[in-house]
Design a protein around this ligand. Sequence first.
Ligand SMILES: Nc1ncnc2c1ncn2[C@@H]1O[C@H](COP(=O)(O)OP(=O)(O)OP(=O)(O)O)[C@@H](O)[C@H]1O
Ligand SMILES: [Mg+2]
Length: 272
Amino acid sequence: MINRKGVHIANKWVKTVATLRDPAVAPHVPETRRMNRATLANMLNRYGMIYVKPVAGTYGRGVMRIERTPGQRLPYSCHAGLSKKRFSSIDTLYGHVLRMKRRRPYLAQRGVHLLKTNGRRFDIRVMVQKNPAGAWEPTGVIARVAQKGKAVTNYHDGGTPVPLSRLLLPKLGSNGARQAESKLKALGLRSARALARAHPKINMVGADIGLDTKLRPWIIELNTSPDPYLFRHLKDKSTHRKVMRYARLLGRIPAARTASRTRTAIRARRKR
Ligand SMILES: Nc1ncnc2c1ncn2[C@@H]1O[C@H](COP(=O)(O)OP(=O)(O)OP(=O)(O)O)[C@@H](O)[C@H]1O
Ligand SMILES: [Mg+2]
């Protein structure tokens, strides 16, 4: 069911183009270009920090954080996994990126200076799903804290899922945290709708949203096959239950309980 044509869009470029069509969403999309030497150099000059990543990547694999710090002997740095390497020129930096990327096509994206907690970056996953009435609904919000020394927050790359309120409360207080959370949900909802306008078959969107140090939200990526199990990490199980129920109704996960009950019933009958 998961591969039903049209429900999954792997190409990040295609997704970016679709979201830019909504004028309310576009200002929250970091500039994204196909990566080559010119776009890399140009965006580094303008932004100082960018991320480069495979056009069709997953799990944070191949994602690199690149920085330019003028005035240093080795002004360029490339952070991938736990390693950070420094370079004297754009050309040596680009040579390194080319070796790392191998033959995959890459994107360059303006880097978001993500908020940190205990020195670790975090971003936010907003789950948006088609509900039983056929309307888009934000069903879950969770923060993902990067492993120490990593530039990506992915769960499959050592990231830790935590309740967003735990991270925002100390920074914003309870009213501020609640307001920020509802704004993030609204942006997730709006971006899912924008994506669905161009790709009507999609039915779940996991919006990866980063808050920068000025608390401005940026849409880092929209996943069309988001992991519904992520929300099991929240103590309050109601979010997980709803996300799973919708995912099941959408045919995106097997009807687990029913299936295992059926298996048990079959086994019982065989024994008889
Ligand atoms: N422009 C950016 N600014 C700040 N952080 C970023 C940026 N792009 C990516 N990241 C970090 O890297 C992580 C992985 O990037 P991204 O979600 O684009 O690729 P992916 O995880 O490989 O794809 P998928 O989510 O489909 O598996 C993000 O969750 C975020 O933590
Ligand atoms: Mg991602």
